[in-house]
Design a protein around this ligand. Structure first.
Ligand code: SF4
Length: 264
């Protein structure tokens, strides 16, 4: 230390003892400025909360198709368009003879679930057990759907579940184009009344009907589609998962995306 710095230090020490402010000499490696109220030390960035992490980490899939069929018209003479609630749709479906599927049905299966459901699951059409009971997604495939929903913490009772066609195709064949065209207005009106936050289309038939496309399911998966502006995710039908368990993993990926969209 030079004589000048030694003198200065002795002077400042004398000032401090006399009640003066502490002074730190530049270049003194043993001293560091004390924190002051005006300049408190900067705290480290806080750990994000779990919920923050979830939101920031979620990257929605790339945008896909968008289908926007005409909405209901109050002045229309079409009773489907004029249906004021889901019960009216149920009654119209019960009396419907618009396509040949009415000839072999035991019960119509319009769908079930709360009117304020945030998620709507759409499948293809009723099978044997559904036709016998009038309820959608019962039997083995229905049990698997209930498990899939439970895995994303959605009790089945909180979800509206329905199909594209409301009567069972004979021998569980796929519904034909004219049958889908005849029945789709019921589904579209249901979705209009429900106005859910997310739609989960299970299987190629549901996806193609809701997106007005002929693209295969494989090309429609892992994209964020929209039906009348409502986010729509496409995944495998539970009946297909029973036949091919290898599709369970991609289905799990799809339903988790639907869950994240619900949480946004
Ligand atoms: S499938 Fe649909 S359009 Fe055909 S008879 Fe049943 S409710 Fe009517």
């Amino acid at each position: 230390m030079s004589d000048a710095r030694a003198l200065a230090r002795a002077y400042l020490e004398q000032q401090r003892l006399m009640g003066g402010n502490a002074v730190v000499l530049a270049g003194d490696p043993t001293s560091s400025p004390p924190p002051s109220a005006a300049h408190p030390p900067t705290p480290p960035d806080p750990e994000p909360r779990a919920s923050d992490r979830d939101v920031t980490a979620f990257e929605p899939p790339p945008p896909g198709l968008s289908f926007d069929p005409p909405a209901g018209d109050l002045f229309s003479s079409d009773p489907i368009q004029q249906a004021a609630d889901l019960q009216v749709i149920d009654r119209l479906v019960a009396a419907c003879t618009k396509c040949r599927l009415c000839e072999s049905r035991t019960h119509t299966v319009p769908g079930e679930g709360p009117a304020d459901a945030r998620l709507v699951v759409v499948g293809e059409g009723p099978g044997r057990t559904e036709d016998a009971t009038g309820r959608p997604f019962v039997g083995q495939a229905g049990e698997l759907l209930t498990k899939i929903l439970a895995a994303i913490e959605l009790p089945r009772e909180q979800v509206f579940i329905c199909n594209v066609v409301k009567c069972r195709p004979p021998e569980n064949r796929a519904p034909q184009y004219d049958e889908i065209a005849a029945c789709a207005p019921y589904l579209f009106r249901q979705l209009e009344l429900l106005a859910p936050k997310v739609i989960l289309a299970m299987g190629g038939t549901a996806a193609q009907a809701l997106l007005d496309t002929k693209q295969a399911l494989g090309a429609l998966r892992n994209k964020l589609h929209r039906f009348r502006g409502i986010p729509l995710i496409v995944t495998y039908h539970p009946a297909a998962l029973l036949r091919n368990p290898n599709w369970k993993r991609p289905t799990w990926d799809d339903v988790r995306i639907a869950r994240r969209l619900l949480d946004r």
